[in-house]
Design a protein around this ligand. Sequence first.
Ligand code: AMP
Length: 225
Amino acid sequence: MRVILLGPPGAGKGTQAVRLVERWGVPHISTGDILRANVREGTPLGQEAKRYMDAGDLVPDDVIVGMVGDRLAEPDAATGFLLDGFPRTVPQARALEALVNERDTPIDVVLRLVVDQDDVVARLTGRRTCAECGRIFHVDTDPPSQPGRCDDCGGDIVQRDDDREEVVLNRLEVHRTQTAPLEDFYFERGVLRDISAVGSVDEVTDRAVAVLTEYDAPADGGDAA
Ligand code: AMP
């Protein structure tokens, strides 16, 4: 199963990705998570990426494409993967296409999470993230049981620097101008499928599972929550 999750920042890609990879037993490849890990560890890649991320701008295509190429070459990605936050530009999509064609492992489906811009601003500015394990919470709709502490690992819950309102507005503009054109790119290739990202997390997961099951049965037989 080779899947791309598409949709604006705040559509719920990260939240859904975690649930879907559990069912299908494929790696969750989130370019944002890989970049944030590099920033935390202070690697040269992280140092270069940080200034773009803090402003809500995109990290240059060549940096991202090299990073994803390396990740897809790891053994766990041989039988499938779920890409979250990549590709984000048409040049990235072309580079990915070249890579998967070379290996004769085409993308099965591009699942687009559809949501209104106003919803997205509220989702992102209220979003909080565990600094340790990356679990996502929301101040209104999904708060942690203990304020400031992750329910899963006990780590500190923080607001991502790029979830501040002024950065959110730039990220949405970047999405509109640079990432939205990918919808046509994948529509023309006949792999684009839309689901509504409005409703509860479970409802959206159910819609995503219904579409993905058309392409490949879940590895767990579909019983996982
Ligand atoms: P995300 O967690 O997917 O919202 O990504 C956070 C930030 O990382 C973005 O605002 C970009 O600065 C950077 N980033 C993540 N994925 C990409 C990508 N595919 N291309 C360029 N920049 C990216």
